[in-house]
Write a new protein. Structure first.
Length: 122
């Protein structure tokens, strides 16, 4: 989405000095952002993203993205090996973190803070 509004990835979002006016509260810099035009670009970008996702789902022989399973997605691990997402990642059952997190997730779950993106200290 950010590319659709001409983000140049200057990596100054947090400084309020975005050179293209995308991530600033400075009225002078924000004038560079043509909101009606960018709105159309973002809409077209999102529309194309959804269409491509539908095409990928259809190419898997499925009718809905909810039908995609981890074993259906494959990632190249190195020059000669590929592995499915089912093999690469640990998958949790719905509600598992709330009920009884696995040992491999427990420490991260305890450090998570629902009020901040910062993790709590251990």
């Amino acid at each position: 989405m950010m590319m659709a509004v001409d983000c140049i990835q200057a990596q100054r979002c947090h400084t309020n000095t975005c050179p293209v006016g995308v991530t600033t509260q400075d009225a002078r810099r924000a004038r560079a952002l043509d909101v009606p035009y960018k709105t159309q670009r973002v809409h077209r970008f999102q529309q194309a993203t959804v269409e491509q996702a539908q095409q990928i789902v259809g190419s898997l022989g499925l009718h809905d993205p909810a039908e995609v399973e981890p074993w259906m997605l494959v990632r190249r691990v190195d020059e000669v090996r590929t592995s499915s997402y089912a093999e690469l990642f640990e998958w949790l059952e719905p509600g598992e973190l709330m009920a009884s997190p696995r040992a491999s997730w427990a420490a991260d779950w305890q450090r998570a803070d629902p009020d901040s993106f910062k993790a709590r200290p251990v």
